[in-house]
Design a binder for this molecule. Sequence first.
Ligand code: 13P
Ligand code: SF4
Length: 308
Amino acid sequence: MNDLLGEIAALKKQHNAVILAHYYQDSEIQELADFTGDSLKLARAATKVANPTIVFCGVHFMAETAKIMNPEKRVLLPDLKAGCSLADSCPADRLYRYQEMLRANGRRFQTVAYINTTADVKALSDWIVTSGNAEEVIRRVPADQEILFVPDRHLGQYLQEVTGRQMILWNGACMVHEIFSVGDLLAQKRQLPGAKTIAHPECPANIREHSDFVGGTEAMIRYVEGFREPADFLVATEANMLWQLQHQTPRHHYHPVPGITCACNKCPHMARNTLEKLRDCLADGGPEIDWRPEFGRARAVLERSLLN
Ligand code: 13P
Ligand code: SF4
């Protein structure tokens, strides 16, 4: 393990690379990263780094976003197959046909896409949101337009509740957040009656309604920091997030809410990135995210949505 960490450090120096890691990466990867963050923080960090090479430890749409914002930089992803069930649920050709059908029916709407989408879907959208800025962006959509929200129906429902804006919802979901067990959560709450439940807005309503706080991963960090005395938190998001919460605010106790089929609910796509693959991609200079012409339109939508 120490040899591997030494190799990664040497290769990083040799290639003047910076490592960005999402909070859902394994703890060893988060520990050695130069920046950790949620989707919004990492997308913004990717616009500020000076290094010519970015190694993105996250899933494909995140590395693609980093490339879109940095056409001149080399963006590497340790495993190109690290996908996302949400991005997969909304292929660009299906979205285009659906938008055309709405237009043919005289509907006036703007398309708001969660950042968990491909560049082609971003290019077909008017706005891009993350869990960190979604409410703010939704409030910027003109009131005389309907909103087509893609692809996460649970995040969309949550945004309808908090903003009061009705939306046309795409029928996608995150395979990790969709399977938290409400029965196990209620049992945990009985065992730890003083515990606060914190849930990601990608969770379905049956989990959100039993939660004290609903927010993205960065908002969760701020929420637990606000408790000065040690407390218990039941955490309904990808289980690697518990490492980051523990790392930043160690005075509390964090308990993962189990999934329906597992005690510890982890994203199989994020898990494709390993320390070995991180070392290999630095050594080989790949896999790399290549620039494609549709990135240009996606970039304009990302800039107006995320950088303001
Ligand atoms: P955030 O990073 O916005 O909290 O979203 C979680 C997620 O599912 C990323 O894939
Ligand atoms: Fe996609 Fe869900 Fe995995 Fe995030 S946790 S990358 S939304 S499948």
